[in-house]
Design a protein around this ligand. Structure first.
Ligand code: FAD
Length: 304
């Protein structure tokens, strides 16, 4: 399926639909694998532009990413995007992974520096024979495989290790100069942060799409911890919305759908026509939000 997969669909009233993409993580257990595949089957009929699979540290985690990508290619008509990091690997090892992906038909890689294997907060040290930065990784992929599309990360609230937002945008610029075609943002809850960030990025002459990464909040406590580690702010209004609902998952889900749907609909009205959803391997919220954006399941795929 091409990047224009869902361009055939139009929302009611002839409005052009935005593009959507979904992010998954590789499952650790058989039960999680089953959940992921139920999720993929539910979301596939929405015909996303691509679905991406994250990449962890350590051999077995990485093998799970490769296996998930291979299964997506074999069993679905979705376009997979494989995440890849520079962590704890020589250039040769990374080049081999890229070669393997290319051979199996992968034509989209999300290229990242990655977090230190000791965990977020530990000092990052590049592998002595490895790619020294995410920009070097992008250049390495594009040099050997010009036909692979490369996406990279972007941080509307700056990366926690970054000295300033300007320094962060310098890194984004280096990645774009190395051949990145699209940036996907860290999640955020305040649209103004994203809109201001895009203005600054455009003022630096960066023209690639800056696709907002949307995290529907399945579990507020977890999302808050995740946000703290990722350097994303959690506005007081959001905490208030989930206040008192710790033991009420049903209401939490309704609130989560309303909040995320409001966020994407406002961005869409503001002209944003591309959304990347952090699904956390769950379909229901993302399916509902996509429906509100105007997406309808393709019945041919639904029957498959
Ligand atoms: P870069 O864009 O290269 O750098 C981010 C910022 O960190 C830069 O702006 C720079 O200011 C600062 N920085 C980088 N290196 C240095 C340095 N040596 N010294 C000082 N400052 C520095 N992680 C995974 O492990 N697997 C994944 O699959 C994954 N997928 C992701 C997908 C998206 C869309 C996003 C937004 C993040 C993802 N991450 C993933 C997290 C990411 O790996 C971490 O945030 C990591 O710390 C930075 O990698 P990067 O490529 O984003 O960094």
């Amino acid at each position: 399926m091409s990047d224009s997969a869902n361009q055939g669909q139009q929302a009611a009233g002839g409005r052009k639909l935005p593009k959507i993409s979904f992010e998954f993580f590789p499952p650790k257990t058989e039960e999680m694998e089953q959940t992921l595949w139920e999720t993929i089957k539910r979301l596939a009929p929405l015909e996303p532009s691509f679905v991406s699979v994250t990449y962890g540290a350590g051999g077995s985690t990485r093998e799970r990413t490769h296996a998930t990508i291979a299964r997506i290619l074999k069993e679905t008509s979705l376009t997979p995007a494989a995440h890849l990091t520079c962590v704890d690997a020589s250039r040769g090892e990374i080049d081999e992974v890229v070669a393997r992906y290319h051979e199996t038909g992968v034509r989209h890689i999300v290229a990242l520096r990655g977090d230190p294997s000791a965990g977020i907060g530990a000092a990052y040290k590049a592998h002595p024979d490895g790619y020294q930065s995410s920009a070097a990784l992008v250049a390495g992929i594009k040099k050997r495989y010009p036909d692979i599309e490369v996406s990279v990360s972007a941080y509307p609230e700056k990366h926690p290790e970054s000295a300033s937002l300007d320094a962060d945008i310098d890194v984004l610029k280096a990645k774009v100069d190395a051949g990145a075609a699209r940036a996907i943002t860290q999640f955020f809850f305040d649209n103004d942060l994203y809109n201001r960030y895009v203005d600054r990025v455009r003022a630096r002459g960066i023209a690639i799409p800056i696709v907002p990464g949307i995290l529907p909040v399945q579990n507020f406590k977890l999302a808050k911890n995740f946000a703290t580690r990722a350097g994303a702010s959690v506005p007081a209004w959001l905490s208030e919305k989930f206040d008192g609902l710790d033991d009420d998952p049903e209401t939490r889900k309704l609130i989560a759908a309303a909040v995320a749907a409001g966020q994407v609909q406002k961005l869409n009205k503001h002209g944003v026509d591309n959304f990347h959803f952090y699904t956390m391997n769950r379909a229901d919220l993302v399916f509902a939000i996509s429906h509100l954006l105007g997406f309808r399941a393709n019945s041919a795929q639904k029957a498959a």
